[in-house]
Design a protein around this ligand. Structure first.
Ligand SMILES: Nc1ncnc2c1ncn2[C@@H]1O[C@H](COP(=O)(O)OP(=O)(O)OP(=O)(O)O)[C@@H](O)[C@H]1O
Ligand SMILES: [Mg+2]
Length: 382
């Protein structure tokens, strides 16, 4: 299939949805560039599906407008929008074979010669050998690919995907993430993918919008979101962050913060909050950026690194790395991930340690926020 040249950006302006007095989606401005793989990421109930359904026209927006390539489609019924949706339950027609499932949209529009287009689609999703099978004779991942082919054959300008991989087990999910990414790159149309799985969003999308309670909290490419979260919610929801609260003692190119009985530095241009002497900030550091040393090796740590003392209270060996939890005066439980290059003797429960890292890897956040916002609870992780 050739790249689609038609279409344009999806632009949401002031889009919101309220049910009675409950605001499911707060007024939202969002531009999804044509041809991008865009992910809406957020915890259950934050308004992802509602946003997607407004784009599809399945839900009427309470306020705002939706435009596609500059054309206002706010009042168009769903079937007139150049948009198709793939849902979590892909609901193929059980009595039709794969060919007829994929051909469905063309047949409905009265198109008789469907073979060429269906064959192209079967190639695209690599199911050529399965054309005559019924859906129940396919695996979950294969059925999901049929659902994608069935949507793409209509040549939508935008494909909306609502947790399409939710029903698949982890390994198949990972495979399908790569597969969907390949398909998107090949057809070049805009994909808007809804997921609550941060790894999935980061693996697949060019741009991720992190949603929280009906709002887009931050938007950017995955690496930038991960390295430069602007809020505690994003810092905690996207991977894991150690957040250490402290008091600003000096400012300049670096901000120096007193925390846990020591001084820590962070680059001023990585601090999202105004830093004034005597004010408070949260220092953020990702677990994989921290190194561990025994307390008695502390003299060997290079000058200029941030250091925090503590005691190991937990460690889990997970193959590629060992994950430590360290109690420290600077923060109750600091997480440290050490790559498993060689086994380190003595880094066991109760060991007195020094955590150290390059100050350049530290980010700063406004201390007025909830330090635990976006931390995944056991319940959420289900
Ligand atoms: N028809 C409705 N009437 C009232 N409230 C609704 C309705 N549909 C959704 N909501 C509420 O709006 C909020 C957002 O729902 P939405 O389905 O968009 O969440 P989501 O981010 O897709 O969550 P999930 O990850 O669980 O699918 C939820 O609190 C939900 O209960
Ligand atoms: Mg949903």
């Amino acid at each position: 299939m050739t790249q689609q040249q038609t279409g344009g950006d999806v632009r949401l302006t002031g889009i919101s949805k309220t049910y009675g007095s409950f605001a499911a989606v707060q007024p939202l401005d969002l531009t999804v560039p044509q041809g991008s793989f865009f992910a809406l990421l957020g915890a259950s109930g934050c308004g992802k599906t509602t946003t997607l359904r407004m784009i599809a026209g399945l839900e009427e927006a309470t306020t705002g407008t939706i435009a596609l390539g500059g054309r206002d489609i706010t009042d168009l019924p769903p079937y007139k929008r150049p948009v198709n949706t793939v849902f979590q339950s892909y609901a193929l027609f059980p009595h039709l074979d794969i060919t007829e499932n994929i051909a469905f949209g063309l047949r409905r529009r009265g198109i008789k010669s469907v073979k060429k287009q269906v064959d192209d689609m079967l190639d695209l999703v690599q199911l050529g050998d399965f054309a005559k099978r019924k859906p129940h004779q396919l695996s979950g991942g294969q059925q999901q690919r049929v659902a994608v082919a069935r949507a793409l054959i209509n040549h939508p300008q935008v494909l909306l995907l609502d947790e399409p991989l939710g029903a698949l087990d982890l390994k198949l999910r990972r495979q399908m993430q790569l597969e969907l990414k390949r398909i998107q790159t090949e057809v070049g149309i805009t994909f808007i993918h809804v997921t609550h799985d941060q790894e999935e969003a980061m693996t697949m999308a060019d741009t991720v919008a992190v949603m929280n309670a009906g709002r887009v909290e931050q938007l950017g490419d995955p690496a930038d979101l991960y390295e430069n979260p602007r809020t505690t919610f994003v810092a905690n929801f996207l991977g894991t962050s150690n957040l250490i609260e402290g008091e600003v003692v000096s400012t300049g190119t670096d901000i120096v913060v007193a925390a846990g009985g020591g001084k820590l530095r962070l680059p001023t241009d990585r601090c999202q909050a105004p830093a004034v002497n005597g004010g408070r900030v949260l220092l953020g550091i990702r677990p994989e950026k921290i190194s561990l040393a025994h307390r008695d090796e502390a003299d060997a740590i290079a000058e200029g690194r941030n250091r925090v003392t503590g005691r190991i209270v937990d460690s889990s060996f997970i193959g590629v790395s060992t994950q430590y939890v360290v109690e420290s005066p600077a923060g109750t439980s600091l997480q440290v991930y050490e790559q498993n290059v060689e086994r380190r003797a003595g880094l066991t429960h109760g060991a007195e340690v020094v955590l150290h890292w390059n100050p350049a890897h530290t980010f700063g956040l406004d201390a007025a926020q909830d330090i635990d916002a976006g931390v995944e609870t056991v319940e959420d992780a289900a």
